[in-house]
Design a protein around this ligand. Sequence first.
Ligand code: AMP
Length: 447
Amino acid sequence: MFAQFTLHERLLKAVGELKFVEPTPVQMAAIPPALEGRDLRVIAQTGSGKTAAFVLPMLNRLMGDAKPRIDIRALILLPTRELAQQTLKQVELFSQFTFIKSGLITGGEDFKVQAAMLRKVPDVLIATPGRLLEHLNAGHLDFKNVEVLVLDEADRMLDMGFAEDVQRLANECKGAHQTLLFSATSGGAGLREMTASVLKDPLHLKLNTVGELNEGTRQQIITADHAYHKEQLIEWLLNNETYQKAIIFTNTRVQADRLYGRLVAKEFKAFVLHGDKDQKDRKLAIERLKQGGTKVLVATDVAARGLDVDGLDLVINFDMPRSGDEYVHRIGRTGRAGGEGLAISLISHNDWSLMSSIERYLKQSFERRNIKELKGVYQGPKKVKASGKAAGTKKKKVDKKGDKKADKKVTRKPVSKAKREQPSLVSQDGMAPLKRRKPAAGDTPSE
Ligand code: AMP
């Protein structure tokens, strides 16, 4: 129950209006210490309810101390325009019974219109770093009275090359009483550096990302002989499965375009999103998907980051994602808020070992499925090791002296990173254990 948190009654009223009943694990873990004013570093994924985990304590602080509105009092920095728009919507919904006003600054919008909005000085500003810096440089803002700074999807902002911009903006908010940093992964040295420089004595919360997988999502695999076979399978699935909206993930832009071309040629209402597409395309794709004009989105991981579309009930992995965390991230988009979802991964011989590593990471076995009309030759490796990986497929690497290297040094499975990042159930400072959800339906193998 949200009433367990010492939140202002107007915020609780908004939570009730949104029909949030039970707090999610990240909300349970992050809201109490954030309300106490602690700095937090939280590892949680899109779809975990992380936005409310920082927005509610932030609004609570702004309400408790009713100052006349002369400056921006809270700043939320995030990597993409869509995420910024989604976050603005949530801030507006949570603050609907308060006097708190929010504003949005992202690239791709009219600079003058934004400057006019800034002159009215919103209490909460939600922004992507690049455009916000332009306004700062133009003298449209100052952050000396910012009380709460939030860095959302901080790992992604660093991946996108915003490290310097974020650092500069954080320096401008040096007077902030509280900083909350959220990321989907534990990140690398860059994120550690940023954490050390922007957070004061932070509480580290690492949510069990595997536990975030929705229980209502069935997870299946279908073996495939090659890329063309996968395209045929996708066409069959889109024609024969019952779904409202589907998203198909590919690992490369080229494959995304190719598949999209094929689907359009077959008259599917599809759209493609990848790193080569500009903001206009991204906005159009998301709007069409939300309104239902498009039913199928073909996307790469980067492009789909932060996407939160209602009614996405079918996820197809054209290629297996390269890590367990990425798999969780992709599949986490379906069957949200208790809805049913179906996740299907197409597995050719290249994908098998990755797939079995991900099964072990999730401690689940995917359901095997065959489509009679399109049954291929490849049905998985002839022999599998105890780990589930294909046996006898490793190539011996020959070093300069001609010696064969030991097997274990030859290949590094990409998923080992995910294993290193296997999230713990307990926050690093010994807070109460976070609850792991029950295994999802469809956990057991059908064979
Ligand atoms: P987020 O991870 O913040 O992007 O949230 C993912 C989705 O879950 C959003 O559509 C939220 O509105 C929804 N959500 C967040 N917290 C809850 C909750 N406690 N109960 C139900 N839905 C929630």
